[in-house]
Design a protein around this ligand. Sequence first.
Ligand SMILES: Cc1cc2nc3c(=O)[nH]c(=O)nc-3n(C[C@H](O)[C@H](O)[C@H](O)COP(=O)(O)O)c2cc1C
Length: 193
Amino acid sequence: MTKNKIKSSSYLFPRPVVLIGANISGKPNFEPLAYVSSVEDKPPLISIASYETHFTNIGIKENGTFSVNTPSEEIIVGTDYCGIVSGKEADKSEVFDVFYGELKTAPMIIKAPLNLECKVIKTLAIKDITGGEIGHELFIGEIVNAYAEEEYLTEGAPDISKINTFTYAMKQYWKVGKPLAKAWEVGKKLMTD
Ligand SMILES: Cc1cc2nc3c(=O)[nH]c(=O)nc-3n(C[C@H](O)[C@H](O)[C@H](O)COP(=O)(O)O)c2cc1C
């Protein structure tokens, strides 16, 4: 067996893709983001890492709120567009129709099957850790509300087989695959009473 030593990177296969929404001077702006992770369930917390120079970061810091929107294939073009063009150079407020929830300042995408409305509870400047000039800012958000239309739910919870979302790897979007095995179940084969 030969394990090649490859270039170190924060590889994860596949990565999720979400659209982060923030209001800047009262106008919605969105950026796709792959550096996103669940942090805790009770209370529900999620972390996002967005490069410090991004327009979205201004809005997140301005209001202390952001949204996490799970895209479906139907909005893949708008999703990618928001990743090519910064809100600093183009007005992205018309790319998606939006709605607002309880926090009033976290714009959410109507066509995205799943919307998380988040309040920032912690911000970490990663450049301070690495000593770099600029870097990512890590925002941890508490999910104050989650929204989905009935067609994307099974017994009240979001259903991956209905959401028709996609993942990201190797500069490419990928379809979500088929169910493989039951979690917390398949591993029991190795248990001895
Ligand atoms: C698929 C994809 C994933 C991305 N993931 C991230 C990410 O995790 N963090 C980040 O800072 N930028 C990420 N970007 C880049 C931003 O989306 C991009 O720079 C965007 O234009 C910033 O918009 P803004 O300046 O309006 O905020 C990603 C872009 C794409 C297309």
